[in-house]
Design a protein around this ligand. Structure first.
Ligand code: PGA
Length: 235
């Protein structure tokens, strides 16, 4: 069971250090724990969590090692900071920054090549679910990853229905289970659930047979709330 906190564009370096020092002292149950700060706060998090089992991952990575790509950050750069992995293909990247299945695959390939663990995000929008397209969307998104990535040892998928992200509308455990089973039938890797995971619903989601952890946004920004989710998911 893996619980990852996606901080999105929250927590400046000093706040990140403070949060991670508090996290070191918290009871996190028995799950594997990862935090994903913004780029500028990665160093502070790595330093604060040195010699612990808590991993630090980025929220995105570029496919080239270096080059004229203003505003991007590469896998070797992250590795040099002591970062353990990265999120790729988050729906906010797909929605607001033109991320496509093709660029997702390119980013994952570069990350894996450089030894970064990857949390690759997939999930349907509300309109797609209402139109009965959930399965087709997941088949397309996960299929692109399956077809483009040979080495999936360090890859997990996060199923994050877009309608559940930041909305307070969590998928029911049944909806999550059904989607996770579908994802695993396409690509046999662990699958995290993401989308309004909170202390109150973490246990019932984690209890589903094909839910292998959680990717937590808003509720990961507070140490007590995040630690409670980790304990609730410790089954
Ligand atoms: P949320 O975000 O928990 O705030 O819904 C999840 C995510 O976007 O990874």
């Amino acid at each position: 069971m893996l619980v990852a906190g996606n901080w999105k564009m929250y927590k400046r370096p000093a706040e990140a250090g403070e949060f991670c020092r508090a996290l070191r002292e918290a009871d996190l149950g028995t799950v594997d724990v990862v935090v994903c700060p913004p780029y500028v706060s990665l160093s502070e998090a790595v330093a604060a969590l040195a010699m612990t089992e808590i991993g630090v991952a980025a929220q995105n990575v570029h496919w080239a090692d270096e080059g004229a790509f203003t505003g991007e950050v590469s896998a070797p750069m992250l590795r040099e900071l002591g970062v353990y992995g990265t999120i790729v293909g988050h729906s906010e990247r797909r929605q607001y920054f033109g991320e496509t299945d093709e660029t997702v695959v390119q980013r994952i390939a570069a990350a894996v090549k450089h030894g970064l663990h990857v949390i690759a995000c997939v999930g349907e929008t509300e309109a797609e679910r209402e139109a009965g397209e959930t399965e087709a969307v997941l088949r397309r998104q996960v299929g692109a990853i399956r077809d483009g990535i040979v080495d999936v040892d360090d890859l997990v998928i996060a199923y994050e229905p877009v309608w559940a992200i930041g909305t307070g509308k969590t998928a029911t455990p049944e909806i999550a289970q059904e989607a996770h089973a579908l994802v695993k039938s396409i690509l046999a890797v662990p699958v995290l659930y993401g989308g309004s995971v909170k202390p109150e619903n973490a246990a019932e989601l984690a209890a589903q047979p094909d839910v292998d952890g959680a990717l937590v946004g808003g509720a990961s920004l507070d140490v007590e709330s995040f630690a409670t989710i980790c304990r609730e998911a410790s089954i």
